[in-house]
Design a protein around this ligand. Structure first.
Ligand code: ADP
Ligand code: ADP
Ligand code: MG
Length: 474
């Protein structure tokens, strides 16, 4: 087993990985930017090294600085978390060259799945359904427009290197295709330094359903069930739950088997996620694989009684998975809310700031993964995710009720957050009934914001009636 792991990340995920290391008796070594001197992961750690100025490009993405620390501090492995260098094949390769284990799949696999157009082709050959679209990438806007006609409108223009909802444009009107293509391509160049584009049919009112995979270097691949991540803003997830109300046992088994096939086709080792869109008729299509730990992994951990970060570390050290497919028997219902420092009424604009009084919820069935403490400073340079609130309960309705009360207990003074919005969603009849799809936020934002001065009474009554009706069904 490893003796020392360098955690190449910040925020809640750095703390999450720190905890897994401590429980495995591995010494965590953390790194930080000049803006993060006082961050929670630095306060917790005995070994902490500054790797550069605030901008990510000079610190958390600074491969040379991170490898220098890893060697100087005698680390035998690096955990990249999510975002930053987690899906950077060159970084994984450099780690291998330096004899340091990268806690994730090999550089070759990251490269192959990181190009979403190439990943689609691999999935097709493995018999995993993909959304109808271009064969591989599209060279220019004119050719794209022709292919879009063949696919049939509406279409979705996507960046092969895309992530975090960027580099995507929906097109309903053929006359706008070329402009939107150039716009998406420019965004991809700016965000990912890459301009390869491809096309997919835009699936209308889909559900985002993803499957968690864990694979070891000895040929074992296990799927740990699905997560429904259909509550999204700007293509980014805000609330996730498992199990999904959309899946029958048959569909779940079919999608799980497709996810395992996908992982095997990729020669996958370590934790990964196969993302699908599910259309209202029950047809599902692969959209991408994330070759890293996912933000929403805790809901899977809770219903399956596993520790995915611990498992990632064990697998990277060459051990076999500590569970088999038969051991995975999901129990109860889990929901995660992502608490972001952002202003929902200003198009979810990130708002940095200073945290005053802080109270995080607890009690039965509540887990909080966060990088917050009273008095901490949120620098403006990074992601707006500040905490994840995760609840478990035997049934979905009990989980929703538990989430409502946990959100009510949460106090983050001094910051603008989406907490009120999350709380409103927990009362929305469509959420309570579980009939929402990925258009939910766009379709309901105005109403939800109008309710934001405390829970609207009419809404609460409606929810109470829905709760009662659901209880009657159960
Ligand atoms: P998840 O599926 O794990 O929820 P998200 O798309 O929400 O993934 O992204 C998780 C984090 O990683 C976010 O902080 C997001 O900004 C960041 N991220 C995702 N993909 C990329 C990428 N290709 N490049 C840079 N950051 C990314
Ligand atoms: P990213 O790498 O940015 O996470 P994804 O390919 O996972 O990009 O797409 C982000 C979100 O966009 C998905 O979660 C889903 O809600 C939506 N989406 C992606 N592809 C399609 C599609 N073909 N039709 C409809 N919605 C889609
Ligand atoms: Mg995605």
């Amino acid at each position: 087993m490893f003796k020392r792991i360098l955690i190449a990340n910040r925020g809640e995920i750095a703390v999450r990985i720190f905890r897994a290391c401590r429980e495995l008796d591995i010494e965590p070594v953390v790194v930080y930017s000049e803006a993060d001197r006082e961050a929670l992961h630095v306060q917790l750690a005995e070994h902490a090294y500054c790797i550069g100025p605030a901008p990510s490009a000079e610190s958390y993405l600074n491969v040379d600085a991170i490898l220098t620390v890893a060697k100087a501090a005698h680390c035998d492995a690096i955990h990249p978390g999510y975002g930053f260098l987690s899906e950077n094949a060159d970084f994984a390769r450099r780690c291998a060259e330096e004899g340091i284990a990268f806690i994730g799949p090999s550089a070759e696999v990251i490269e192959q799945m990181g190009n979403k157009a190439a990943a689609r082709e691999l999935m097709k050959s493995a018999g995993v359904p993909v959304v109808p679209g271009s064969d591989g990438s599209v060279p220019d806007a004119k050719t794209g427009a022709k292919i879009a006609e063949e696919i049939g409108y509406p279409v979705l223009i996507k960046a092969a290197a895309g992530g975090g909802g960027r580099g995507m444009r929906r097109v309903f009107d053929p006359a706008q295709f070329e402009d939107l293509f150039e716009e998406a391509r420019a965004e991809s160049r700016a965000c990912f330094n890459d301009d390869e584009m491809y096309l997919e049919k835009l699936v209308l009112n889909p559900h985002h359903i993803e499957f968690q995979i864990m694979a070891d270097a000895h040929g074992n691949v296990v799927e740990l069930g699905e997560r429904d991540c259909s509550i999204q803003r700007r293509g980014q997830k805000m609330i996730e739950e498992t199990p999904s109300r959309q899946l029958t046992p048959e569909l779940r088994a079919e999608m799980g088997a497709a996810a395992v096939r996908a992982a095997r086709a990729a020669g996958y080792v370590n934790a990964g996620t196969i993302e699908f869109v599910l259309d209202p008729s029950g047809a599902f299509y692969f959209i991408e694989m994330n070759t890293r730990i996912q933000v929403e992994h805790p809901i899977t951990e809770i219903v399956t009684a596993t520790d995915l970060v611990r498992e990632q570390i064990r697998v990277a050290a060459g051990l076999t998975l500590s569970f088999t497919q038969d051991d995975i028997r999901p129990h109860g219902h889990a929901i995660e809310c992502r608490i972001n420092a952002e202003d929902p009424s200003r198009n979810f604009l990130p708002v940095p700031g200073h945290v005053g009084f802080l109270h995080l919820p607890g009690g039965a069935g509540v887990r909080v993964d966060s990088g917050l403490y009273a008095g901490c400073e949120l620098p403006p340079y990074y992601d707006s995710l500040i905490a994840k609130l995760i609840v478990w309960a035997p049934t979905r309705l009990e989980a929703i009720r538990r989430m409502r009360r946990a959100l009510e207990e949460t106090i983050v003074d001094g910051l603008t957050t989406n907490i009120d919005l999350l709380h409103q969603i927990m009362y929305h009849p469509q959420f309570v009934r579980g009939t929402y799809d990925t258009s939910f936020i766009d379709a309901n934002l105005e109403t939800l914001l109008a309710w934001s001065a405390g829970v609207d009474e009419e809404l609460a009554e409606g929810a109470a009636a829905t709760d009662a009706a659901k209880e009657g069904e159960a």
